[in-house]
Design a protein around this ligand. Structure first.
Ligand SMILES: *Cc1c(COP(=O)(O)O)cnc(C)c1O
Length: 453
């Protein structure tokens, strides 16, 4: 390892940077692939050895054997789940973040990077209208973001009951809508709390009147309300205005899960869909979804960060020195301590390209979603069922059962046509497009629709 260290590392640096550059420049991006554990064992064999493979050989194994067996989520024809479309600037800068060894948990150790992360958070916070005191932190993803927010909600609810001289409940309840993301009930389970689905109408939107009714039933047991701004499956945005007003009137914590949809706050034409989000006590938005940043990054924003700090800041003798430089310790605002400066690739990209470019790219994805809905509507073999709602389009292939969808998706992966997975809508198997990539074209959509014929 020590032998010829600098020469070897210099060579490795070139090989790695060269590959990263080539991967970033690929046009078109290959769809990538997947494999069973057995197939990979056969193909790759053992890579952990006592003597080490050497950097070049380990890199070769990755480039030739491992990377092709990962799907390219940034391929313009990857429209399953919620894809990603990181900018070149954000990807390349992620290499820099890794090279810096920044401990981004405290201001003392990471003043410069925290300053930049906070500016990126401020942009999102101002788009939502959370007010001048708002702030937060980039966490791993929406799941940790929701859990951290819900723990904050419970802390606020407990503090309120204490102030009022009323007892804390044995079991807390979170009010949610039926389009809430799976991470919300999962977070509640971790907290030994319950979720109660508030009934919604045919538009699937949570409303203030529904929340008010549930509050009357559950009273002091309610730790908070979790609304969704852009549900994952259908792109539904709850009625944030009426829900927010009811929460305010009842002093109930209001969390908005905008992990996927919140990006569209930056598209002026879409912004009115989010009216009322400024009433939120906390919001999450995943830059790794629709804000063109690499994994993994979720912006968790608090209206009142001091309140969040009460429940999230860790205390230990060896940490107390940090409080002397207590400007803003990112670790204090979520479930975490050590953290990478995972907001920096997003910050760099917004700083480099400017917010106008973001508005344009978001509008481009909203436009292609509309084109896709029109194409689906016009196709004889398809039946448009939902959308476009934000950038989600849901439709059925006339005459197909669940196994037909699965077989079609398998064939699309095998042929490299693209990646679209079946989901369910009103109990039936359906296909769903989710657009986050401004490079997806009408021709891409046509190719996928043709593959479903
Ligand atoms: C994706 C998503 C999440 C979970 O986010 P991760 O980053 O995957 O953990 C939560 N809520 C919504 C609405 C989402 O779309």
């Amino acid at each position: 390892m020590m032998h010829d260290y600098s020469e070897e590392i210099g060579r490795l640096a070139e090989e790695i940077l060269d590959y990263a550059r080539r991967r970033t420049e690929l046009e078109p991006i290959p769809t990538g692939g997947t494999a069973t554990p057995e197939a990979l064992a056969e193909l790759v064999g053992e890579t952990i050895t006592t003597g080490g493979l050497g950097g070049s050989e380990a890199l070769r194994v990755f480039i030739e054997l491992l990377a092709p067996n990962c799907l390219s989520v940034d391929n313009p024809r990857f429209l399953a789940f919620v894809p990603a479309a990181p900018t070149e600037a954000s990807i390349l800068f992620d290499l820099v973040v890794g090279s810096e060894s920044i401990y981004a948990g405290s201001w003392l150790e990471a003043a410069g990077s925290t300053y930049a992360e906070n500016q990126a958070l401020r942009w999102l916070s101002d788009l939502a209208g959370l007010g001048p005191d708002a702030g937060g932190v980039f966490v791993q993803g929406g799941t940790v973001g929701n859990l951290s927010a819900m723990v904050g909600a419970r802390g606020a609810a407990g503090a309120r009951l204490e102030r009022l001289g009323r007892p804390r409940p044995n079991h807390w309840v979170f009010l949610i809508s039926d389009t809430a993301h799976s991470s919300v009930p999962s977070a509640a389970m971790i907290m030994d709390a319950e979720v109660v689905e508030v009934a919604t109408g045919s538009d699937r939107r949570l409303t203030g009147s529904g929340v008010a009714e549930a509050l009357a039933t559950y009273g002091d047991r309610v730790a908070g309300v979790v609304a969704t701004a852009g549900s994952t499956n259908l792109g539904v945005i709850d009625d944030l205005q009426s829900v927010g007003e009811v929460c305010r009137a009842n002093e109930v914590f209001f969390h908005v899960d905008a992990a996927y949809g919140g990006a569209a706050l930056a598209a002026p034409k879409a912004r009115p869909l989010f009216d009322g989000i400024e009433l939120a006590d906390s919001i999450i938005i995943d830059p790794h979804k629709w804000l063109f940043a690499p994994f993994d990054s979720c912006a968790l924003l608090w209206r009142d960060p001091a309140q969040a700090q009460v429940v999230h800041a860790q205390h230990a003798d060896y940490l107390s020195f940090l409080d002397r430089y207590g400007e803003w310790n990112p670790s204090d605002y979520a479930i975490q301590l050590s953290r990478r400066a995972r907001g920096l690739p997003f910050w760099f990209s917004v700083a480099a390209y400017g917010t106008d470019a973001y508005a344009e790219s978001l509008q481009a994805t909203l436009d292609i979603a509309q084109v896709a809905a029109d194409r689906v509507h016009a196709a004889d073999h398809l039946n448009l069922l939902w959308g476009p709602s934000l950038s989600v389009v849901v439709f059925e292939r006339i005459g197909w059962g669940a196994s037909d969808y699965e077989a079609c998706t398998d064939a699309m992966i095998a042929s490299g046509t693209g990646f679209v997975t079946p989901t369910r809508h009103d109990g039936r198997p359906v296909y769903r497009f989710c657009f986050v990539n401004p490079r997806t074209t009408a021709e891409d959509v046509d190719a996928l629709i043709a593959a479903m014929a």
